[in-house]
Design a protein around this ligand. Structure first.
Ligand code: SF4
Ligand code: SF4
Length: 83
């Protein structure tokens, strides 16, 4: 699954530099996650780093973007070029 940022985001800028896939960027009014680049941190960390650091807990699983561990690992490999 990819994660998404809800409209409770306070634009604190903390999550963006933590993302190992550069999936987080400033959107029109709040930060957004590119689901094509989010592996839920699979391949890099044990936990989603953006979720760990967010002070208002406004990052959740994207309801329309379901992927299992295998798919996330495949995405990680594609993004990083690692086998
Ligand atoms: S879960 Fe990981 S890969 Fe996905 S946006 Fe958050 S920090 Fe980036
Ligand atoms: S850490 Fe949370 S509140 Fe801060 S910019 Fe990221 S999503 Fe928004």
């Amino acid at each position: 699954m990819a994660l998404r940022i809800t409209d409770e985001c306070i634009n604190c800028d903390v999550c963006e530099p933590q993302c190992p896939n550069n999936a987080i960027s400033m959107g029109e009014s709040i930060y957004v996650i590119d689901p094509d680049s989010c592996t839920e941190c699979v391949g890099h960390h044990d936990e989603p780093q953006c979720k760990v650091v967010c002070p208002v807990d406004c990052i959740e699983i994207h309801p329309q973007w379901k992927e299992d561990q295998q798919a996330l690992m495949a995405k990680y490999r594609t993004l990083t070029g690692k086998n």
